[in-house]
Design a protein around this ligand. Structure first.
Ligand code: MN
Ligand code: MN
Length: 455
């Protein structure tokens, strides 16, 4: 008897979830998958989230707006970072969920287009931590914007639906003996991540590079752009497939960009589903996390202070506001993968279907670069999750000294905001086709909602 009470009660979420919740989970995941399919870049995630938010009564935040408890607003930062709030009854302090909507991908270089052996190519510069070999021989699309000097912006989408795809070729095995001896990290190089985009020359024999010319003609016809316009563009190469269920039981979701849209969507759905909260509920959908949360649209940016300043009518003491705030830094964690068991320390790893993974710390080499949450903060989140039927587990990112990672937690705790990491465990993280469990997605939504409803 005593033993039963003393030992840990962690068990598979399917032994803890109710029947009614299973239905809710399926509905939730269907909506999440639609969100993913509409948002393959951070810009598309912002646009999609704004449309959903407006349908739920959120209004565009304007400086000088008089806000009262229950008001719902959003702030679009450069089209790449979105902050939302439901104003609470208390004047100072917010319950914040901070997730990111940028994902690893291959950005086009500023001068990407060239011709070689009468084939046309686009050069890329990878963004975030990609395993380069995973990006060859899969169908790819190009999404993004080209900004013209007249101030207009052209939206570009190439390869969607039944449109022709883009691809990065690989060497045939018959001739790959030398390449195959190289380490995985060197067999495919960064400069080698180059997209094949055309093979038919224009008829005019006076043109020097006729296949490249034809690609330019197609782009000009479709988008009105010229070669130099690539210089002021943000064009992102992303996998050309939508999310799917995975497994004979359909219990998993395979998709590009779960990291970290899976937590961003959990926060979005949670902020839609709350009544007027005690503390103001804030959702940050940050950009640039994958390259260090830098820049105007990253979590480091003072745009966050700007947002808080506007929602408080410029009246709040920012120091006091942050001191009274709490942040769930909601980012994915590594799910223990039995095929790569050596990379994990099983007892402290997140497991598929065990719920939202709580990370006291991330970092690498002795917690370096981590926001190591206080034990008091861990106790607080345990209580919030337990009181609200959130299936959760403890998560450490892999075996010590094997690597590591970070999140926006550091940027929030540096603001003197009490912060803890928690998010969905992912298999094949940062690959073009990441895997998460439906149960863990749903529990992350429940976790975010519980944080918003906490005092
Ligand atoms: Mn992430
Ligand atoms: Mn990541």
């Amino acid at each position: 008897m005593a033993k039963k009470e003393l030992t840990s009660k962690m068990k598979n979420g399917y032994e803890r979830i109710t029947k009614a919740e299973l239905k809710e989970m399926d509905d939730y995941c269907e909506q999440y998958m639609a969100f993913l399919d509409n948002g393959k870049t951070e810009r598309e995630c912002v646009t999609t989230a704004i449309a959903l938010a407006e349908a739920k009564g959120f209004k565009k935040l304007e400086r000088g707006m008089k806000l009262k408890a229950g008001d719902k607003v959003y702030y679009n930062n450069c089209g790449k970072n979105l902050n939302l709030a439901v104003i609470g009854k208390e004047a100072l302090g917010a319950n914040i969920v901070a997730a990111h909507i940028d994902s690893p991908r291959l950005d086009l270089k500023p001068q990407p287009l060239y011709e070689d052996h009468e084939m046309a190519y686009l050069k890329t510069h990878y963004y975030g931590g990609v395993r380069k070999y995973q990006w060859v021989t899969i169908p790819l699309e190009l999404h993004g914007v080209v900004c013209l000097t007249d101030g207009t912006t052209v939206e570009v989408k190439i390869g969607e639906g039944n449109e022709p795809k883009l691809v990065i070729t690989d060497l045939l095995p018959h001739l790959a003996q030398e390449q195959s001896k190289k380490p995985l990290s060197e067999a495919i190089t960064g400069e080698g991540l180059t997209l094949l985009v055309g093979s038919v020359p224009v008829a005019d024999k006076d043109v020097k590079e006729r296949t490249k010319e034809r690609v330019l003609e197609i782009l000009n016809k479709k988008y009105g752009i010229t070669e130099d316009d690539f210089i002021s563009a943000e064009l992102e190469t992303v996998p050309s497939f939508d999310s799917t269920l995975v497994g004979l039981d359909g219990s998993l979701i395979g998709a590009y960009g779960h990291d970290d849209r899976v937590c961003a969507y959990a926060g979005l759905k949670a902020i839609f589903d709350i009544e007027t909260p005690e503390k103001t509920a804030v959702l940050v959908m940050a950009d640039k996390e994958e390259i260090g949360s830098v820049g105007l649209t990253g979590m480091i940016s003072q745009n966050f202070e700007n947002f808080i300043n506007i929602i408080t009518g410029g009246k709040a003491d920012m120091y006091e506001y942050f001191e009274k705030s709490f942040c769930l830094s909601s980012d994915v964690t590594a799910a223990m993968d039995p095929l790569y068991a050596d990379a994990f320390e099983d007892r402290n790893s997140a497991h598929i279907n065990y719920g939202i993974g709580l990370c006291k710390y991330t970092g690498s080499r002795g917690k370096g670069g981590a926001s190591d949450a206080n034990a008091e903060t861990v106790a607080k989140i345990r209580r919030i999750f337990d009181e609200n039927g959130v299936v959760w587990q403890m998560a450490e990112l892999g075996r010590i000294d094997l690597g590591g990672g970070g999140t926006v937690a550091l940027d929030m705790s540096n603001r003197n905001i009490e912060t803890i990491d928690a998010g969905v465990p992912v298999l094949s993280m940062h690959s073009p086709y990441e895997i998460v469990s439906k149960l863990d997605c749903y529990m992350t939504y429940k976790g975010c909602k519980a944080v918003y409803e906490s005092k």
